[in-house]
Structure formats: C-alpha cells, structure tokens
Design a binder for this molecule. Structure first.
Ligand code: HMG
Length: 399
C-alpha cells in the first residue's frame, strides 16, 4: 500500500461547560470598563464548569460524538492532552475510554506541555497513522483555565474540550510538513502541583508568545515551509482573542507583508467566534479556532491554512494544513452552536462560590449536585476516587 497518502483531521468537534459568566457581569464587579474586556482583550463571556463537570466530562461528550459517527473499531490509540490533570498517575483518557466503552486493545496516555500538548498529540497521531493507514487515533484536548480571583488573568478564564479523529484521507484537513519548532525554558506561566490556579507574568507571557512565534516561523521557513502569502489565514492559540491579532500583526511585520488593521480583522474574525465566548481553553483553544474557521461562511475547499500552537514554559509549533475539498458536508456547526447556547448564565456570586469549591482531599465522601446539562457528569468523590456516569443514569425519573 503506498505510504504517501494524506493524513490529518478526519473529524473535529468540541464541547464546553454548562455555565457561563458574561464579561458585563465581571466588569461591573471588578469596576473595570467592559470595553477593556470586549475590545481590549476581545472576550465577551467565559465558560465556567459546574461542580459536576471537569476535563473528563467535557472530553467524553466531545469524543462520544466522534464515536457515534465513525465507530470505535479502527481506534488503537487515545491521546489525552491537558494541563488540568485530575491525577498525577492515571491518565484522564482512561476514564474517557471507560465511559465510552472503547475496545480494550487501545493504548491510552496523557500528554502535558501547557497549551501546546494537543499539537504534540496531533503530530504523534499522524505518525501512528503513517505506521498503519487503517488506524484511527482519537486525540482529545480538555482544559479548564483558572486564575486567581481579582487577578489580571481572571477575565481570560474559560473551559472546553476538543476531540479529533486522525486518519488517512481525512475529510477535514491534511496535516502538512514541515513543522517549525521552538522550545525555551521560561517562567511566563506555570502551575505548581499544589495550586489549582495558574501563576503568570502577563507582560512576559505576551512577549514570550510573540518571540516563540518568530522563532517557530523562522524554523518553518528554513525547512521549506509554505510562504505566508500561500496561506488563506492563520489559526492561533488564543489565550484571549486579541492575542491572535497581536500575533498576526507580528507575523506580517517580520515577513515584511503590508496589511492594515481591517485586513487583519478580516483574516482573523472567522477564527475567533468560539473563543470569544468560551475563553481560554488552553490545549483546546487552537482547535476551537480551527473549528470556528471551518464552521464560518468562508469557502476553504483545498485552501492551505497556518496553525500556531504555543504552550507557556515554553514550546511552540508553526505548521500548515490543507483543507479537504468537500469538508463542509462533514462539519458539526449546529452541535457547536448548541454547546455554547445551552450554557446557563450565572451570577457573579455563584461564579465566586464555584471558583472557591474544593473537593475532599481526606478520602471523605462528596456527592456533586446535579447541574450539568452535558451527557456525562462527575457524580462525586469517594475514597479518593472520582466517580463518573452518563448524566441520564443519575437523573431522577420524572414524578
Ligand atoms: P491587564 O494587564 O489587566 O490588561 O491584563 P491591560 O491593561 O494590558 O489591557 C489589556 C488591553 O486592553 C490593552 O490593549 C489595553 O490598552 C486595552 P493592548 O495595549 O494590549 O493592545 N484596554 C482597553 N481597550 C478598550 N477600552 C478600554 C480599555 N482599557 C484597557 N477601556 C493580561 C492583560 C494579558 C496581562 C492578562 O489578561 C493576563 O495576565 N492574562 C493571562 C496570561 C495570558 O493570557 N498570556 C497570553 C500569552 S501566554 C499564552 O498564551 C499561554 C497560556 O494560554 C497558558 C498556557 O500555555 O498554558 C496563557
């Protein structure tokens, strides 16, 4: 069998949490002009997990949609990328494997490098498919972005899970070579094991992101990657959506490409729709940007696009993909609009309560209140173990 078949993203979907806090509400309580949030950082609302939601519940629902369409028989690997790990030892992917009833003969592993983890998973997945073109690899990226209350990062919080099926002859996009890579040891954003919120040097992180873009792009070009003018647009990791604008301006500047602000807006607007209302979803963010672009009205049949992945600490990758002809008939736009629309708006007081919620760490029993509108929920914690179930199995029958 020829080994030059295109490999890439055969299916892609995402899910978010059941609750949301609009930035109008945050601005009022933080005594900040809402224009700073809406225009300065480009965020309108953020997804907040209910007490019975976490990275596993979001990931299981996103992955389940892929299994429902394609079956699980070709899946031999499940790669789970996250920086919101729930266990130092066991992969969150094993919980998803169990909830979805995936075949036993599958390898499951968790990957971590801040927001970059999902791109590492995607690249590893393409290599695995190259070994055996009949295989599918399930890549899941799921995260909850949490910063301290009343900190500058607070307005950029969010949560989502993206799930992708990587396969030969992909229906959505072929992943191209080469990739431009860059790693640098820097303390711009990190989360020690004993903390539930990230530590960040905001200004330093913006500079580190742009520097990494610069270096990853140069590496991409030196290795014969497509020039910028070949690319229809670029999907960026979006810690907040204005970061994509800063990044694109930077890329245009270093490549000597002339463009005004409205050209940048036109190129990037289709990529920011979902992240604007969901917030930072760390590993999933870049793939929500890609989803947003594919779901937009732009006709991308056969178009090459750029993707820039950045994970603080830091690792970055610039790569390109070619959108598959006929991709539109494989999209899940209605599902994406639904996961956003079904979120219930919460008050600022409820948001703060949820932010401060801690689960037992002494082996004690805790039952999660039933809040999630999703298909899977965390029902509680018992003897240090998280218990997950399909939501319908835990609902009370109607009287
Ligand atoms: P800040 O310091 O409070 O905000 O927080 P600011 O004062 O810099 O204002 C932000 C923007 O709003 C500025 O625009 C202001 O001018 C504008 P800019 O000058 O940058 O173009 N502004 C207004 N605009 C309109 N009307 C107004 C108004 N007021 C101000 N009234 C900061 C900003 C990014 C530092 C903060 O949100 C933060 O700490 N965020 C977390 C870190 C982060 O997101 N870093 C991004 C790069 S690192 C990364 O992407 C990795 C990451 O995802 C983690 C991972 O890899 O795992 C974070």
């Amino acid at each position: 069998m020829p080994n030059d078949r295109p490999i890439g993203i055969h299916d892609l979907t995402f899910r978010t949490t059941s609750l949301t806090l609009p930035h109008t509400e945050l601005a009022q309580h933080a005594d900040v002009s809402v224009a700073k949030y809406h225009h300065g950082i480009g965020q309108r609302s953020m997804s907040i997990p209910a007490a019975d939601e976490d990275i596993v519940t979001m990931a299981a629902e996103a992955a389940q949609a892929l299994i429902a369409r394609h079956g699980a028989h070709q899946i031999r690997t499940l790669l789970f990328a996250t920086e919101t790990g729930i266990d130092q030892s066991k992969s969150a992917g094993v919980y998803v494997h169990s909830l979805l009833g995936l075949p036993a003969h599958v390898r499951v592993v968790e990957l971590k490098q801040a927001c970059y983890g999902a791109t590492a998973a995607l690249q590893l997945a393409t290599a695995l498919v190259r070994q055996d073109l009949t295989q599918h690899v399930l890549v899941v990226a799921s995260d909850i972005a949490r910063y301290d209350l009343d900190s500058p990062g607070e307005a950029t919080q969010g949560a989502a899970a993206a799930a992708m099926l990587i396969a030969a002859d992909p229906a959505l996009a072929t992943i191209e070579h080469p990739s431009g890579l860059y790693t640098r040891d820097i303390m711009d954003f990190w989360r020690p094991n004993y903390r539930s919120t990230a530590l960040v040097d905001g200004r330093k992180s913006l500079k580190a992101y742009l520097h990494a873009l610069d270096r990853a792009w140069s590496d991409h070009q030196e290795r014969g990657g497509r020039p910028l003018h070949d690319l229809r647009t670029v999907c960026y990791h979006q810690p907040f959506t204005k970061m994509a604008h800063k990044a694109h301006e930077h890329l245009l500047r270093i490549t000597g490409t002339k463009a005004d602000l409205s050209d940048i807006d036109t190129a990037l607007a289709p990529t920011t729709t979902y992240n604007e209302v969901i917030g930072n979803s760390y590993t999933a963010s870049l793939y929500l940007a890609l989803s947003s672009l594919l779901d937009s009205s732009a006709d991308l049949d056969g178009s090459p696009i750029g993707l820039f992945s950045y994970g603080s600490g830091s690792v970055a990758e610039f790569f390109t993909a070619q959108v598959s002809p006929g991709y539109r008939s494989h999209l899940r736009t209605a599902e994406h609009h639904n996961t956003i629309a079904r979120r219930g708006e919460i008050s600022y007081a409820t948001y703060r309560q949820l932010h401060s919620l801690t689960l037992p760490t002494d082996g004690g029993h805790w039952d999660a209140p039933l809040t999630s509108a999703g298909e899977y929920r965390l029902t509680g914690v018992h003897q240090h173990q998280r218990i997950y179930q399909p939501t319908r199995a835990t609902e009370q029958p109607a009287a």
